[in-house]
Ligand binder design. Structure first.
Ligand code: DC
Length: 235
């Protein structure tokens, strides 16, 4: 099968990561969770008491930051490593969730992570999810998807996800966190979350997980078979 880049953007808690992962598996592509990279950077700054308002701290933080992904041989799942340590669970904690949008507003941090993301997607055959994938990281992606879902639905899904990991969090707190992240992500100066004109919008509020995965896989296969991008331009 031909290799393309599938860019999936959207609001926090729309199920982008799990959907993107399943789409990649179906297509035999590599999945890259760009949000995990911002989360790992956040953990690094928090652990080392580095301030994003101090340019020296930002420079030091970036210089000492190494983010990698590895497949867990037991579960087959991809996990995030920060400077050689597995941080997959830690980066999903509320502590990191509360700080990550702020870290993601910093120009220098975005520049470094975007450069790494571009390198990871160079050979195509990737599905990457985030906020600026279709607009900044891969503006030439053959398929761009913009996922949405109403706030309440997203909060309930996130609560369930945290519960399954043993974290009991009030729905109210999750709603506040998601709304605040939506606000920061959409209004920031550097690469705000936007729906680019050539993205296909998928509202997942009333879709099952299987349905949303199937829709994107079908779109991707259509692009691969036609050798045209979604906007109809020959590749
Ligand atoms: O996808 P996520 O919820 O794990 O992302 C965590 C945060 O990282 C999100 O609030 C915004 C930021 N982010 C970003 O600014 N750009 C990306 N490409 C991915 C994530």
């Amino acid at each position: 099968m031909g290799k393309i880049v599938v860019a999936i953007d959207g609001y926090s808690g729309c199920g982008k990561s799990s959907t993107a992962k399943a789409v990649a598996k179906d297509l035999g592509f590599t999945y890259i969770d760009s949000g995990a990279m911002y989360r790992a950077a956040t953990l690094h700054f928090l652990n080392n008491f580095l301030s994003i308002s101090n340019p020296h701290d930002v420079e030091k933080g970036l210089r000492t930051l190494e983010i990698t992904f590895q497949i867990n041989p037991d579960s087959g799942k991809q996990e995030t490593y920060l400077n050689g340590l597995n941080v997959e669970d830690e980066i999903r904690s509320m502590g990191v969730s509360e700080k990550v949008s702020e870290i993601a507003t910093v120009k220098e941090i975005r520049k470094e992570l975007v450069a790494q993301q571009k390198r990871l997607g160079r050979k195509k055959g990737v599905v990457m999810d985030g906020r600026d994938i279709g607009s900044v990281v891969f503006p030439d992606a053959e398929l761009k998807v913009f996922m949405t879902a109403d706030l309440e639905t997203r909060a309930v899904r996130r609560q369930q996800e945290l519960y399954e990991k043993g974290d009991l969090v009030e729905l109210e707190d999750i709603i506040k966190n998601l709304a605040e992240r939506d606000r920061i992500d959409s209004t920031r100066k550097e690469s705000p979350l936007i729906k680019v004109p050539d993205a296909v919008e998928i509202d997942t509020s009333n879709l099952t997980f299987e349905e949303q995965v199937a829709q994107i896989v079908q779109l991707a296969k259509g692009v691969i078979d036609n050798e045209k991008d979604y906007a109809g331009n020959h590749r």
